[in-house]
Design a protein around this ligand. Structure first.
Ligand code: FES
Length: 90
């Protein structure tokens, strides 16, 4: 089981290893809309633990570029956590 700290809510959420972080939907205040890497509503900053995430897919990279995202920002609905701990903030 992996753990995600959501700074906005000051809480930890457990998610299965290898899952997309859309698993946070409904368990924290981060907004998810399309869950397909298109709308940008889940764009968040990775505060710590980026090494525990799979790199972005081409599709995610395109959307990140479209929204002018910083290098430490990801679309959580497209981000896969390998395991361990990650800290995020929206
Ligand atoms: S929910 Fe739309 S891009 Fe993640």
């Amino acid at each position: 089981m992996a753990r995600v700290y959501v700074k906005n809510d000051d809480k930890w959420v457990d998610v299965p290893d290898g899952s997309k972080l859309s698993a946070l939907n409904g368990k924290c205040s981060i907004l998810f809309a399309c869950e397909e890497g298109v709308c940008g509503s889940c764009l968040s900053t990775i505060i710590e633990g980026a090494e525990n995430l799979e790199p972005p897919s081409e599709k995610e990279k395109q959307t990140l570029e479209m929204f002018g995202a910083k290098p430490n920002q990801r679309l959580l609905c497209q981000t896969v956590i390998k395991g361990g701990e990650v800290k995020v903030e929206q």
